[in-house]
Design a protein around this ligand. Structure first.
Ligand code: ATP
Length: 402
């Protein structure tokens, strides 16, 4: 059976993965066989998400009535019902549904009515609380297929530690990242020299280590030292796979994330607040202030560069997640050379047309180029600013611009 839950937390506490872990532990104690735990990220551009827009799916064998009663009991006891934006959903199906609903929730927008119609046609057990929006994420999670997948080892705090500062040895996280990269990522931000895998809020997560396989994340965890955990789960996930991206086919739709190839048509522009934008053939592309050191790469772009951008289309502009410089435009020197005949001053004969000597009229037909400060390859935002679904460059098998 496939049990899906979503939308149980609030910025003040709880985490749907933690609730999923508690439910799985209880069901195991009651004799169910837990076969797989999945953490499924959905469209990162939905405005009503709490944090990273995730739902969970537990694949298990057991009695349907027991599973339903246990899951609903835990949701009613632990979900943050006081938060106006918390609208839990629970779904139980005997067979995996078609992935269509998952792909729509991952790459576009769904309604509760659509989810309910699909649940009815599947003859699923389901329950939605308050405005029942959580049914969307719960159904998407049980319908998910993962042609590419990664793992996340989520370590949960002791309940008595919730809300207190996390205690850990930062240096051990850095060592763990150094020793297990590129098979793990997003443990340490080497450009800002700080850990990124420990949240700061009141939620139950102590840390999350992401990697290619259970073995890779277990090895990384064996190298870190932190306060005691109450439990952990190695989740199978669609994180770091770019599953949310669709190819651009002539038109941008608000809230969809794209892979878009185009040409730089103007120079990068600095905006108030530290944001940097660059015009491309069909769209304006923004690197916002939280993308920090990544903006330096965007500032290096010049008209004529051919680039491929991955990013979400929001408020009429594309938000960079990463870009590849596919073809660098030659950069002409603004300093005119000395005349090879008389040694006099030369002036430009026009863009790409070389130079003419002011004194003796000698000509150099080839323009002089200067080396670019950026080379072809991929450039990505730092881990802190990365979408959960965005594939890190270390997973792309190509060159890394860093
Ligand atoms: P949590 O840890 O509780 O899962 P979150 O950041 O994942 O936090 P939620 O609190 O789950 O965010 O809020 C996201 C809400 O949006 C859920 O109710 C989910 O069902 C719904 N949702 C997810 N994807 C879509 C979509 N593509 N279209 C419409 N609603 C969606």
């Amino acid at each position: 059976m496939y049990l899906g839950i979503d939308d149980t937390d609030s910025p003040e506490g709880m985490c749907t993965t933690y609730l999923g872990a508690l439910i799985a532990a209880s069901l195991k104690e009651q004799g169910c066989l837990i076969k797989n735990m999945r953490l499924i990220r959905l469209n990162p551009n939905v405005p009503w998400k709490t944090r990273g827009n995730a739902g969970v799916c537990i694949e298990l064998d057991g009695d349907a009535g027991l599973i339903r009663d246990t899951a609903c009991d835990f949701i009613e006891r632990y979900a943050q019902f006081d938060c106006s934006n918390t609208n839990p959903g629970f779904v139980l199906v005997a067979e995996k549904p078609s992935p269509d609903f998952y792909y729509k929730a991952l790459r576009s927008f769904c309604t509760v009515e659509e989810a309910e119609a699909e649940l009815k046609s599947l003859r699923a057990e389901y329950c939605g609380w308050k405005n029942r929006r959580g049914l969307i994420g719960a159904l998407a999670a049980v319908s998910a297929v993962l042609p590419d997948k990664t793992c996340e080892y989520l370590s949960y705090r002791m309940p008595e530690a919730f809300g207190t500062p996390r205690v850990y040895d930062a240096a051990s996280f850095k060592r763990s990242a150094e020793e297990t990269s590129p098979h793990t990522w997003d443990t340490w931000d080497f450009s800002a020299d700080k850990p990124v895998c420990l949240p700061h809020g009141k939620d139950p997560v102590l840390f999350g280590i992401r990697g290619e396989s259970p073995e890779c994340v277990e090895k990384a965890v064996s190298l870190v030292s932190a306060e005691p955990e109450s439990m952990h789960v190695i989740w199978e996930t669609n994180q770091g796979t770019d599953a949310h991206l669709v190819p651009f086919e002539g038109e941008f739709t608000e809230g969809v994330s794209y892979v878009y190839s185009g040409e730089v048509t103007g120079v990068p522009v600095e905006h108030r607040g530290g944001h940097v934008s660059v015009p491309l053939t069909d769209v304006e592309c923004y690197a916002f202030e939280p993308t920090k050191s990544f903006r330096a790469y965007v500032r290096q772009l010049i008209p004529g560069d051919k680039i491929t951008v991955c990013g979400g289309y929001l408020n009429g502009v594309l938000h960079f997640e990463k870009f590849s410089l596919d073809e660098a435009s030659p950069l002409e020197s603004r300093i005119s050379p000395r005349c090879p005949v008389c040694g006099g001053r030369m002036t430009s004969a026009g863009r790409g047309k070389g130079y003419k000597c002011r004194e003796c009229s000698a000509r150099i037909r080839e323009p002089q180029y200067i080396p670019r400060d950026i080379s072809p390859g991929w450039y990505e935002v730092p881990p802190d600013a990365r979408r959960h679904l965005a594939k890190p460059v270390v997973r792309m098998g190509g060159s890394d611009g860093e």
